[in-house]
Design a protein around this ligand. Sequence first.
Ligand SMILES: Cc1cc2nc3c(=O)[nH]c(=O)nc-3n(C[C@H](O)[C@H](O)[C@H](O)COP(=O)(O)OP(=O)(O)OC[C@H]3O[C@@H](n4cnc5c(N)ncnc54)[C@H](O)[C@@H]3O)c2cc1C
Length: 389
Amino acid sequence: MDFTLTEEQEAIRENVARLCSGFDDQFWLETDRTGNFPFEFHSAMAADGWLGITMPEEYGGAGLGVTEAAIMMHEVAKSSGGMSAASAIHINIFGPHPIVVFGNDEQKNRWLPPLIKGEVKTCFGVTEPNAGLNTTALETRAEKTANGDYLVNGRKIWTTTGQEADKIMLLARTTPKEKCKKVTDGLSLFYTDLNRDFVDVRIIDKMGRKAVDSNEVFIDNLPVPKEDLIGEEGKGFHYILHSLNPERVLVGMEGIGLGMNALQRAAKYAREREVFGRPIGKNQAIQHPLAENWMELEAAYLMAMKAAANYDAGLESGVYANAAKWLGGEAGFKACTQAVMTHGGMGYAKEFVVERLMREVMICRIAPVSPQLVLCYVAEKALGMPKSY
Ligand SMILES: Cc1cc2nc3c(=O)[nH]c(=O)nc-3n(C[C@H](O)[C@H](O)[C@H](O)COP(=O)(O)OP(=O)(O)OC[C@H]3O[C@@H](n4cnc5c(N)ncnc54)[C@H](O)[C@@H]3O)c2cc1C
C-alpha cells in the first residue's frame, strides 16, 4: 500500500495551489460581500484545463479520475477561496459525469468541449421543495410529446449557479411512480438548455458562500429535445449515482480543505498572539483541540482517498463515499469552529477569514446528503442493519 502521491498527482496539487494563490483573502472577502460570481477564478481554472480533469482526452479533458479531482478540490478549498472557490467549479467536475459514462458520442461531442473550455456553465437540478433527501419522491415531470421530444414542468430548489448557468442537468419523472416496479425506476436524466423563456430562476438569500448563488427554479412547459435525454428513459436514478458518489467524495474533500485552511490560520494566530506575556499557543487548552482537528482531518482525507480510489477502480464506493462526506464535513466543521474560538474576538471579524470558512463549511455537512442520512446508509450497507428511511 502506497500513501504517497504520484509525480503527476503532486504536480496537480502544486499547480492548483499556485493558481489559487493568485486569488487572495481580499479578493474572496470582496466576493463574499458583493455576492459577485468569481468569473476571473472560473476562467483561470478553465484556461489551465482544470475543468475537464475527469473528462475524456478525446474531448479536450485530462482523462483523470475522481482521485485527481479530489486532490484538486482539496487544494482549492484549502486556498483563500475556500468553499466560494470550490463551489464555483464543483458542478463542472462531478455534475456532467453521467454524460461521460452514459452519453453517446454525439452528446459528448456536443456538450463536453464547451464545458471543459469554460464557455458553458451548468447547474444540477435534483433537489425539490417536496423531495429533498427522498429523491425518488420528486415531482418534476417530463412528458413525451407526439414527436418524441419532452415537455418539462416542475420546481427545483437549491440549484447552485442557476443565475450563471446555460445548461441544467435535470432529473425528472417520465413514468408515474404507481406504474413502476421500483420507486427508483421511471426517472430520466436530461442535460438541456436552461431556457429562461420557460424557466424562472430566483436567488435564495443564504448563510454563506454569497459569491456562488443557490436558487429556486420554476419550470413551465420547458421543451426538451429527445437528443438531450441521457441514456435510456427511466434509468436516470441509476445514472445520477455516477454524479452522486463522486460528488460525496469531493464535498468531503472540500470540508477537509476548509478545515485545514482554518486550522493553519488558527495555528499561525496561536503562535503569534500574546496574552499574559506569552503566545496563546503555549497553552495546552489552545493546542490540544487544534491537534485533534489535525488528526481528524488527516483521517478523513485517507477515507476520501480510499473512496476515490475505489470509484476509479470500479469497486464498491457508495459506503466509502458517504463515509468520506460525513467525516470531511464533521471534521471540517469542528476545525473551522475551533479556529474561530482560537482567534477570540478576532475570530468574529471578517478580516481574519475564519468566520467565513465556518459559515461555508456548513454546506459540507448539509449537502448533498445530511449527516443523519449518511449514518442511516452506513448502518444499512456496512453493518447489514435494516433500512430505516
Ligand atoms: C448551499 C446549498 C447548495 C445546494 N446545491 C444544490 C444543487 O446544486 N442541486 C441540488 O439538486 N441540490 C442542492 N442542494 C440541496 C441539498 O442537496 C439538500 O438540501 C440536501 O439533500 C437535504 O435535503 P433537504 O434540504 O430537502 O432536507 P430534508 O429532506 O427536508 O431533511 C431535513 C432534515 O431531516 C432529516 N431527516 C429526514 N429524514 C430522516 C430520517 N429518516 N432519519 C433521520 N433524519 C432524517 C435530514 O437529515 C435533515 O436534517 C444544496 C443545498 C445547499 C444548502
